[in-house]
Write a protein that binds this ligand. Structure first.
Ligand SMILES: Nc1ncnc2c1ncn2[C@@H]1O[C@H](COP(=O)(O)OP(=O)(O)OP(=O)(O)O)[C@@H](O)[C@H]1O
Length: 239
């Protein structure tokens, strides 16, 4: 893989919360179309890493580039405009707008002018949302809100989707539905960065995984290899 192919690249990323050194030189690269999992126990820095990539947490060292452009320290809106769809932990939908409005207001062409993801395609992907188009965002169940958050990110026609704990707190049937869509996103050629407590599912839905421990990368490799490495899974993920 050469530089030209990296869609997103973090090099030696550091971040602090006050005195607490939460990211200690994390490097990670994602190629176009590649599905990457970010694993690690609670509090190891996964969400902070994502928020630092996106400019929501200030990097205290290191570099972030998107499609070859240095984006370190740039405001979150600028970084998002470079083709990154973000589904944050805890969803982030507008409760006073209808499902249709929530989706339509997110719509834009992708970095290459592509408009592959239209309202119709999102509704076909999530039939549940099609049935609730005129409902307010705040009236939706937790699972439906999560679907809408993913739908909103898809409406931006991203090159990369970042999904942080997209299945958290949802009923098993809805969880299965979200994983089905994560599979569809991967198959459609959009790159992804996936964080989820269910590391077996993450391993099954990604090409490669990176494991964080106390703000450092302690393990990385092809997902299929890691899935077979029970000793490493036990050591770093506590199973
Ligand atoms: N806004 C904040 N201010 C201070 N400390 C924070 C803040 N957010 C997270 N932390 C701390 O930073 C460390 C990394 O947290 P982070 O949320 O990035 O981990 P994580 O791997 O995503 O875990 P989880 O799965 O629990 O979200 C933890 O010790 C956490 O308590």
């Amino acid at each position: 893989m050469n530089n030209a192919e990296a869609l997103l690249e973090a090099t030696g990323l550091n971040a602090h919360y006050g005195q607490s050194h939460v990211l200690q030189g994390v490097s990670l690269r994602i190629a176009r179309g590649e599905a990457v999992g970010l694993l690690g126990r609670n509090g190891m820095g996964k969400t902070t890493f994502i928020r630092t990539l996106l400019g929501q947490v200030k990097a205290t060292g290191g570099r972030v580039s998107v499609a070859g452009r240095d984006m370190t320290g740039q405001p979150p809106e600028r970084i998002a405009r470079l083709g990154i769809g973000y589904v944050p932990e805890g969803r982030g939908v507008f409760p006073n707008l209808s499902v249709r409005e929530n989706l339509v207001m997110a719509a834009r062409a992708g970095t290459k002018g592509q408009r592959d993801w239209t309202l119709e395609r999102v509704l076909k992907t999530f039939p549940r949302l099609a049935e609730r188009l005129s409902h307010g965002g705040g009236q939706l169940s937790g699972g439906e809100q999560q679907m809408m958050a993913i739908g909103r990110a898809l409406m931006t026609n991203p090159d990369l989707m970042i999904l942080d704990e997209a299945t958290e707190g949802l009923a098993p049937l809805v969880v299965a539905e979200i994983w089905r869509v994560i599979g569809l996103i991967r198959a459609s050629g959009i790159a992804s960065l996936v964080v989820d407590r269910d590391f077996r599912k993450v391993l099954a839905h990604t090409d490669r995984c990176v494991v964080l421990e106390k703000g450092r990368v302690v393990l990385e490799g092809p997902s299929a290899e890691l899935a077979a490495d029970e000793a490493a899974l036990h050591r770093y993920l506590g199973v």
